[in-house]
Design a protein around this ligand. Sequence first.
Ligand SMILES: [Zn+2]
Length: 144
Amino acid sequence: MQPFHLLIEREFDVYKEMMDMKIICKQSPDNLYAEEAKKLSKDKEIIVCAFCHNHIADPSKQIAIHQSFRHIFANPHGYVFEIGCFSDVINCCPASTLSNEFPWFIGYSWQIGICTRCSTHLGWYFSSESNSFWGLILEKLVFP
Ligand SMILES: [Zn+2]
């Protein structure tokens, strides 16, 4: 277990990296769950980005990691992320170097994942020597 102050410094480095990359995190509730996104998602049976309505994943790609699709994690700043696990995504891409800091899933490295259209931080790509999957922040997605 790392001393807590070291964890905070490392977390800050991750945020600095995100800022340098100008990743947009639009948190306004007005942008979430727009009626248009809901309709698109339902009509096409797809999971879309809550901000730009880009097709992000198909419901059939939802998987269980450690017996659960849904996981809740908190970082040392107290930010809580509720993520869902996907075996594959469509318009979400890795946008940072591989990191082993704060391994939410033991044995997995991670990269920040962003929407290919609006660059919103949608979650993380987790990879190990034998497996890989995506963990996407549920409130940034609209499900059918
Ligand atoms: Zn988007």
